[in-house]
Design a protein around this ligand. Structure first.
Ligand SMILES: Cc1cc2nc3c(=O)[nH]c(=O)nc-3n(C[C@H](O)[C@H](O)[C@H](O)COP(=O)(O)O)c2cc1C
Length: 187
C-alpha cells in the first residue's frame, strides 16, 4: 500500500484546510513543516508540500526543499495557495520563486498547483500589511489592457477580501498524487 504525506505552511488556515482535505482523500497524515523536522521522507511514495503564497513566493518552500534530494524530487508535488488567478504569468512567477530555484530546467517534472486562497484585509497587520500596500500600488501600475483588468480584479480582492477555497480545487492534485504513489510502489 502506498504511503504518502502532506507537509504544509499556513498562516491563516486555508493552506492547512487544503492539506487536511488532501490527506483525507489520500488516507495519510498532514503535518505543519515545523513538526516535520525528524521525518525521513524516503519512507514515502508521494510527498506533497503546500504553502501560502506571499509576494509570488510559496512560503517556506526553500526551508522544505533542504529536506529533498534527487530521488525525493521524483516523488514530489507542490501547491501554493493564493488569491491571484492562475494566469500563465502568475504561474510562471510563482514557479520561478519556488521550484525554479532548485530545478531550473524542470528535469524532475514536478507538478505545481495554484489553489484559490482566502484573504481578509482586516486580519492583515505589520509587515504583511505593508507588503500588501506595495503590491497594490505595483498592480495598479500595470500598463497593458490584459494586465489592467487582472490588476483591477486583484485590487478588488485586496480591498474587499475574498474566499476562493473550495474542496473541489484539489481534485487534479489528488489524482496526480495517487498516480505518482502507484508508480513509486511498482518500482
Ligand atoms: C502579505 C501577503 C502577500 C500575499 N501575496 C500574494 C501573492 O503574491 N499572490 C497570491 O496569489 N496571493 C497572495 N496573498 C494571498 C494569500 O496567500 C492567500 O490569501 C492564502 O489563502 C493565505 O493562506 P493561509 O490561509 O494558509 O495563510 C498574499 C497575502 C498576504 C497577507
Amino acid at each position: 500500500m502506498a504511503k504518502n504525506i502532506v507537509i504544509y505552511t499556513s498562516k491563516r488556515g486555508s493552506t492547512r484546510q487544503y492539506a487536511e482535505w488532501i490527506a483525507e482523500d489520500l488516507g495519510c497524515e498532514a503535518l505543519p513543516l515545523s513538526d516535520a523536522k525528524g521525518i525521513d521522507l524516503h519512507e514515502y511514495d508521494c510527498i506533497i508540500y503546500g504553502g501560502w503564497i506571499r509576494g509570488s513566493g510559496i512560503v517556506d518552500f526553500d526551508k522544505f526543499a533542504r529536506m529533498l534530494d534527487d530521488e525525493l524530487m521524483n516523488r514530489l508535488i507542490v501547491y501554493g495557495v493564493g488569491f491571484a488567478d492562475e494566469t500563465a504569468e502568475n504561474y510562471a512567477q510563482v514557479w520561478g520563486y519556488s521550484l525554479g530555484k532548485i530545478d531550473p530546467k524542470n528535469d524532475h517534472r514536478v507538478r505545481m498547483y495554484i489553489l484559490g486562497g482566502r484573504y481578509d484585509p482586516a486580519a492583515v497587520t505589520g509587515l504583511d500589511k505593508f507588503l500588501m500596500k506595495t503590491m497594490r500600488a505595483v498592480l495598479l501600475s500595470g500598463s497593458t489592457k490584459d494586465a489592467k483588468s487582472q490588476a483591477n480584479m486583484m485590487k478588488d480582492r485586496i480591498d474587499k477580501g475574498c474566499d476562493l477555497v473550495k474542496r473541489e480545487n484539489i481534485a487534479s492534485l489528488v489524482k496526480d498524487a495517487k498516480k505518482k504513489a502507484d508508480r513509486q510502489t511498482a518500482i
